[in-house]
Ligand binder design. Structure first.
Ligand code: NAP
Ligand code: G4F
Length: 320
């Protein structure tokens, strides 16, 4: 039974990846940071099948100790300060966790067992002010937020440890992926939750920022499959993962409201508060390398994703 360590196990992707690896017969060790309140909402259905251990990307010793004790053959680094607006309010913390945290984990691998296979959760946010449309592995980066800058460091340090120390370190440059487990502050979930509340008479409007920005949105459950596939190859590499299509926030609203028989124009209010100091206007992936090498194919379309999220929030809120 192979052992995998997942950092960021309590997050959206951590929960889907843990499900996938358990299904594949892995012993899954999930690293979570200490919190004064219970934070296992997304993985409560998995708690009998996985082991949760304390650790923090800001603490080198905890990472060394975990690798020594559990001896994983694969490490998936999904932990990060992942919310872009917060990265302007807490840029130094974002750099420490999202950038330097990657080095701490790679150092732990180098010292404890350089044969461990490593996955780094890189991001399309690195493309920022896009230099090419669509974006692929060779597209130059131009990050537009402290988060994007931190992820760029994480990406290049992964490539550097691959080349310097021959560590099997792969970087997945993932475009936005969503699900009913997405954090409530991200725009897709904010909309699906808002639509459900409005439909049930619990809210009157949704306040949003830039409705024109475009994202390449896919389903998180499909994207964790790509993470696993990257670590099963003969060589470590970097791969762009996305749907290869882009949609505006406005279109997400239109489909989500129409799904419950409402017109978004009557409920969506644009609010300056949610505009960003610098925006990433147009993300669209070219995932051909992943399709050719990994044989990765997504199973959920954009429209299915939107309606899945609205239905899930409706069901959750109806349950009370
Ligand atoms: P998420 O839901 O925000 O989860 C982030 C996880 O990181 C949480 O488990 C969080 O723990 C943990 N974490 C934060 N700071 C930590 C620290 N100092 N030490 C240890 N753990 C820490 O993010 P996600 O959507 O699952 O994304 C997973 C990864 O993929 C992230 O690295 C993200 O930046 C990257 N990514 C995401 C997308 C996307 O569209 N979802 C696209 C590209 C890349 P708490 O629960 O304690 O906060
Ligand atoms: O949902 P978002 O906050 O996601 P964003 O900034 O694209 O970041 C997510 O995807 C990245 C991959 O590219 C990840 F690396 C990152 O960790 C995270 O998962 O915002 C999407 C778009 C933005 O252009 C934003 O300006 O939606 C726009 N937007 C409009 N109104 C809003 C809102 N975003 C949020 N969060 N809230 C709004 O009210």
């Amino acid at each position: 039974m192979p052992t995998a360590l997942i950092t960021g196990i309590t997050g959206q992707d951590g929960s889907y990846l843990a499900e996938l690896l358990v299904k594949k017969g892995y012993r899954v060790i999930g690293m979570a940071r200490r919190s004064s309140t219970l934070n296992t909402e997304r993985i409560k259905h998995l708690l009998d099948d996985i082991t949760i251990v304390q650790g923090d990307l800001q603490d080198q010793g905890s990472l060394l100790a975990l690798l020594e004790e559990y001896k994983p053959s694969e490490v998936y680094n999904l932990a990060a300060q992942s919310f872009v607006p917060t990265s302007w309010n807490q840029p130094a913390l974002t750099g420490d966790v999202t950038a330097l945290g990657v080095t701490r984990l790679l150092e732990a691998i180098r010292f404890v067992d350089p044969k461990i296979r490593f996955y780094q959760a890189s991001s399309s946010e690195m493309f920022g002010k896009v230099q090419e449309v669509p974006q692929k592995e060779s597209t130059p980066f131009y990050p537009r937020s402290p988060y994007g800058v931190a992820k760029m460091y994480g990406h290049w340090i992964t490539v550097n440890y691959r080349e310097s120390f021959n560590i099997f370190a792969s970087s997945g440059i993932l475009f936005n992926h969503e699900s009913p487990r997405r954090g409530l502050e991200f725009v897709t979930r904010k909309i699906s939750d808002g639509v459900a509340r409005i439909k049930l008479g619990m809210a009157k409007e949704i306040r949003l920022g830039n409705l024109e920005s475009q994202r390449d949105w896919g389903f998180a459950g499909d994207y964790v499959e790509a993470m696993w596939l990257m670590l099963q190859q003969d060589h470590a590499d970097s791969y762009v993962i996305g749907m290869g299509e882009t949609h505006a926030v406005r279109e997400f609203c239109e489909i989500a409201f129409a799904h419950v028989g409402l017109d978004y124009k009557e409920y969506v209010v644009q609010d300056e508060k949610f505009y960003r100091p610098a925006e990433v206007d147009l993300l669209i992936s070219d995932p051909s390398r992943a399709r050719a090498v990994l044989k990765w194919e997504p199973s959920v379309s954009f429209r299915e994703l939107v309606t899945m999220m609205v239905d899930s929030d409706l069901a959750r809120l109806k349950k009370g």
